[in-house]
Every structure is written in structure tokens, then in C-alpha cells.
Design a binder for this molecule. Structure first.
Ligand code: SF4
Length: 500
């Protein structure tokens, strides 16, 4: 009897086991897709996402684009979580969903359902593109989105696989969709005339910024570039389809967020040089303006004009807003190293920076700069590594993800959610230099208050002993922990015996 390939059960998911899901996906014909994801988004010490479902990154990129419909194909519980999060973040539009069950999955009917949904949605009066996102189970089951029509009545159909067992962070999932769209747009532009990007100024060379930035940042970067005669191209991820052509039309691309591997591949395929890092602090801005100017083939005198105008203002802002605090920094946005540079230039003592994103050539300059100043840089940092660093350093301020902030507060350490810090204020140029100090000062002032809170709650149950509805501190049933310990030891022994 033939051996059946491993099947992804409809209820499998984040907790179904990465190896099982991967084996199922490969057996179902997704070997090439999975190899591509592995190449673009290499894994690190942790193999499972430790933040929200990665597909949220792709979903968000689709939802933020004008005249783009987004359809999810996945388990209902995943889709519930993803739509909930989308609306929490103000999506204000519908997320399409093609449901499935064991039968439609196994018989291939799901693919037909997706095709019908796409046919129904792709109306040129409403949309420029329809995005279909395969979540974990449809990817593991080999639902072949590449067999969807590439366009229907001029509406592009973009099908992507974004499984949690192949894309480690939601940051990188943004790149999966941004890269797929750039690829289509590049092929269209190569094939013939395309729609004119909005706001295009003929003859004005532009720089395409890669990464989701605080809205004022592209404007600030535009001011830094202006003395060189450069302006800012539409950003990646784009806000509307024709912006993709505008971005590809740049003279050089700037990988401000360094994990957009697929997008960068498209810029390179279009013949555009790509520079890494970003204009943070005095040294970062100097190096970045020089790199951008050289990539744009500008004479040294023009580059000198830009640096002469930008640097004194940044120097002044940093001098006027010094940071005197010991800080640990971690996050999953991809801009952690840039924020770290700015903090260090402003005077912070920063022993540790962790990023959930991988090491790429686009953050090499930042890594080298930080390490030369004694900062430990941890790529693909796990939550455990971030927490261990914070516990060891005992900083005046811990900046990190939600669970890290929670742990810091338990210890009485002032803490700040990274995303709130970077998404609510500028990071680049003089504006970035001025904005960081105020928030650090405001947070570290609370240290004494945190200490009081810890002593006030001393003795109240924590971790598995925490909860509501107890008259006193929750207590374990007698002997419970010891019985569990013995059970675990017996299980481990049995597994060892099977392996030998
Ligand atoms: S799609 Fe997201 S939520 Fe669903 S199983 Fe995969 S990683 Fe988990």
C-alpha cells in the first residue's frame, strides 16, 4: 500500500508543530515556496513566531492600499483573530474570507471556492488588485494560488502563501506582499506603458524609502535630500497600485527597514542600487546621505551641501536633549538598531538591543557602529533573550514588546512598548533627535513610583498564581507540582527510549 503524504488537519495551526506543517506543505507541492521563504526569512534561535500571527503583516499592507481587496484563506479561528486585529488598528474595510472544512480541503474544492471569490471580487470599477493570502493550513495543504488567473478584466490577482511556519515575524510578512506586488508592477512596466504615478515631477530624481515609517519621517527625509536635488519616491509598502511604478522609477532605493528582502530583490531587478541604514543621529545621517548621494551618482559637492545643512541641526537637537539613562531595547518592527543608534548618540547607556528580525546586509553598518560602542546586538532575539538581558542589566528604562514590558513592570522597572515609541514620533533627522529624549525622561521619572507599586502588591499572586476570584493567594493542591514533575520526567524518559 502506498504511504499517504502527511496531511495538514484543518484544526492544525500555530500549535500543530512546525515540522508537521512543513512536511505537509512540501508533500503537497509547496517545496519551492517553502524554500523561497526559508531563503528570504531565515530562522533564528526560535522557530515559531513569538509575536502576533505573521500573516497580519501581509493583511495590513493590503488593507492600507487604495482600491485593493484582500481575501484570507485559512482556519476560521485565525481569520477571526486577524480581522479583529485589523479592525482594532482601524482597517475600516471588509476582509474577504473563503471558509473551508475537511472535505473542501481534501477534495480541492477550496481552490475552486477561492477562484469563484476572486472572480466575483475582481471588478475594475472597484479594484486595481485582489490579494489572496493562504494562511497556515491551506499552505500546508498545497492550495495552489499560483494557478489563479494573473488578472481578470485588468484587475491583478496576487496570491501569496504566508504560513506561520515559514515567515517568522509579521514584519517580514509585510515584505511577502510588498515584494509580490513590486514584482507584478515591475513586469508590467517592463512590458509597456503603465499608469502615471501621482505627483510625479519629470526629471526630478527620487529615492524610494523601504519600510513603514512615521508619517512625518518621509517629509523630514525629503528635506534632508533636497539640497542634493533629490526627492522622495512613493514608499514601499505602497498606498496605491500606481505608486509601485513611482517607487521602481527611483534612482536608488533606501532599505530603511532592513528586512524587505523580496522587495529589495525587485528594486535590484529593476536596476536600482540599494543603500542600507537610515539618517539617524549625526553619524548615521552623515553616512546615509553620503551613501545615497553616491548611489545617485552625485558629485561630492552636492552631497556636501546636504550634510552641511543637516548635521548642525541634528547636533543641536541632540545637544539640547541629552538622554541620561541606562536602557535596554528590543522589538519586532525592524527599526530597533536605528532607534538604538539614536539613543546612544543622545547619550544613553545601552548594553543590549534585540530584534526579532534577521541579520541582513542592510543593517550591517548599524550593527558595526553599535558593537564598536559596546552594545550587544541580538538578531532574531527571542523573548527569553530580551527578558534575560533586561533582568541582568536592570535598566532605568526597558523598551520592548508587550510581554517584556509586563515582566519589567513586575520587577519595578519603568518600561515602554517599542511600537508605541517608534510609531508615534519621528525617528530621522533633527525631528528624530529632538523627540526621543522627552519620552525617555518622562518614563524614567516613574521609577520610584514603580518601586512603590511593587512593594504595595508584594505577596499578591504572580504568574500561574495570579487570578481573580480568590479570597487569598492561590495555593497549589498538595503534591500537585511534585506529581507533575514526575510525569514530565517519565515522559522525557519514554521519549528518549523511543529515540534510542
Ligand atoms: S495563520 Fe497565524 S494564527 Fe493561524 S495557525 Fe498560522 S500562525 Fe497561527
Amino acid at each position: 500500500m502506498d504511504t499517504l503524504p502527511p496531511q495538514a488537519a484543518p484544526e492544525a495551526g500555530c500549535h500543530g508543530g512546525r515540522d508537521t506543517m512543513l512536511a505537509a506543505a512540501q508533500a503537497a507541492g509547496k517545496t519551492e515556496t517553502m524554500a523561497g521563504l526559508m531563503r528570504d526569512y531565515p530562522r533564528g534561535p526560535h522557530d515559531q513566531p513569538q509575536s502576533m500571527c505573521p500573516a497580519f503583516g501581509s493583511l495590513r499592507v493590503g488593507l492600507r492600499m487604495r482600491r485593493v481587496a484582500t481575501i484570507l484563506s485559512g482556519s476560521a479561528c485565525c481569520v477571526y483573530g486577524l480581522t479583529f486585529t485589523s479592525h482594532f488598528y482601524g482597517a475600516r474595510r471588509s476582509v474577504g474570507y473563503v471558509p473551508f472544512n475537511s472535505e473542501t480541503l481534501v477534495t480541492g474544492r477550496l481552490f475552486e471556492d477561492i477562484r469563484e471569490a476572486v472572480q466575483e471580487t475582481a471588478k475594475p470599477a472597484d479594484y486595481d488588485a485582489v490579494v489572496v493570502i493562504n494562511l497556515c493550513v491551506p499552505t500546508a495543504s498545497g492550495v495552489p494560488l499560483d494557478l489563479l488567473p494573473r488578472q481578470i478584466d485588468g484587475v491583478r490577482i496576487i496570491g501569496i502563501d504566508v504560513p506561520g511556519f515559514g515567515v517568522p515575524t509579521h514584519a517580514e510578512a509585510k515584505d511577502v506582499l510588498a515584494g509580490a506586488m513590486l514584482r507584478t508592477a515591475r513586469q508590467e512596466a517592463e512590458a509597456g506603458p503603465v499608469a502615471r504615478p501621482q505627483g510625479l515631477v519629470e526629471g526630478e530624481p527620487t529615492i524610494a524609502l523601504i519600510g513603514e515609517l512615521f508619517p512625518a519621517d518621509p517629509v523630514g527625509i525629503g528635506a534632508l535630500l533636497q539640497p542634493m536635488g533629490l526627492s522622495v519616491a512613493p514608499q514601499t509598502p505602497a498606498r496605491e497600485w500606481r505608486d509601485l511604478y513611482g517607487a521602481l522609477d527611483c534612482v536608488a532605493a533606501a532599505a530603511v527597514h532592513p528586512f524587505y528582502t523580496a522587495s529589495i530583490r525587485e528594486f535590484r531587478a529593476a536596476g536600482r542600487p540599494v543603500v542600507g541604514s537610515g539618517p539617524v543621529g549625526v553619524e548615521g545621517t552623515l553616512a546615509w546621505l553620503e551613501a545615497v548621494g553616491q548611489a545617485a551618482n552625485l558629485p561630492a559637492s552636492r552631497i556636501g551641501l546636504a550634510t552641511a545643512r543637516a548635521l548642525p541641526a541634528i547636533q543641536g537637537a541632540l545637544g539640547a536633549n541629552p538622554i541620561r539613562a541606562r536602557i535596554t531595547l528590543s522589538g519586532y518592527e525592524g527599526s530597533e538598531l536605528l532607534v538604538a543608534r539614536l539613543l546612544v548618540e543622545a547619550g544613553a547607556e545601552l548594553p543590549y538591543v534585540g530584534t526579532a528580525c534577521p541579520r541582513t546586509e542592510w543593517s550591517e553598518a548599524d550593527r558595526a557602529w553599535l558593537q564598536a560602542r559596546g552594545v550587544h546586538v541580538q538578531y532574531r532575539a527571542s523573548l527569553e533573550q530580551d527578558v534575560a538581558a533586561m533582568e541582568e542589566v536592570r535598566p532605568d528604562l526597558a523598551i520592548g514588546t508587550t510581554p517584556l514590558v509586563q515582566r519589567a513592570k513586575e520587577l519595578g522597572i519603568p518600561a515602554l512598548y517599542f511600537t508605541n515609541m517608534v510609531s508615534a514620533r519621528p525617528l530621522f533627522g533633527p525631528a528624530g533627535a529632538a523627540s526621543m529624549a522627552a519620552i525617555v525622561a518622562a518614563q524614567t521619572r516613574g521609577r520610584e513610583r514603580f518601586g512603590r507599586m511593587v512593594s504595595f502588591f508584594e505577596g499578591v499572586g504572580t504568574r500561574d498564581g495570579a487570578g481573580y476570584g480568590f479570597a487569598g493567594k492561590p495555593a497549589d493542591p498538595p503534591g500537585f507540582r511534585e506529581r507533575q514533575r514526575k510525569l514530565r520526567a517519565a515522559r522525557a524518559k519514554a521519549e528518549e527510549a523511543v529515540g534510542s
